[in-house]
Ligand binder design. Structure first.
Ligand code: HEC
Length: 120
């Protein structure tokens, strides 16, 4: 009799483990930008379109010549930050830096990230 109870408990436990594993997966995908394996896809630099995005969204805080204002200078940001770091900051925001996840499309964020990373 005891054996059956043990077997039942073991069965419940493994079902629970499988359930947690399955429901845990979508959450992992959502935080993909936080995993070290995250890579911004390689694109050609589109300076004109990127500068337009910069003018409309970033210039007010980072300055007309990227010299810095409310936010730090970005003129040589590519020398100190990787595309992945830039992408994360622009997407999620940080401190006084707003998140652009809902204001720019994924494509626009990749575009400006690629351009900023080329500013060395
Ligand atoms: C409302 C003002 C504001 C706007 C708009 C803004 N930023 Fe920022 N940004 C900041 C501030 C403030 C910081 C410093 C954040 C900190 O101290 O963690 C910052 C930090 C950064 C950094 C990190 C720089 C470093 O040296 O650590 C990057 C990169 C950046 N911003 C890019 C952008 C881009 C690209 C845009 C436009 C899409 C933008 N920012 C728009 C205020 C702004």
């Amino acid at each position: 009799m005891h054996k059956w109870i043990m077997a039942g408990l073991l069965c419940c436990a493994s079902l629970l483990a499988v359930f947690l594993l399955l429901t845990g997966l979508p959450e992992k995908e959502q935080t993909a930008t936080n995993s070290p394996a995250f890579v911004v896809p390689d694109r050609a630099v589109d300076a004109d379109a990127s500068q337009q995005i910069y003018k409309n969204n970033c210039m007010s805080c980072h300055g007309t010549e990227m010299q810095g204002a409310v936010g730090p200078a970005l003129a040589h940001i590519g020398a100190t930050m990787t595309k992945e770091q830039l992408y994360k900051i622009i997407t999620n925001g940080r401190g006084g830096m707003p998140s652009f996840e809902d204001r720019l499309t994924e494509d626009e964020i990749i575009m400006i990230t690629t351009w900023l990373a080329s500013q060395k």
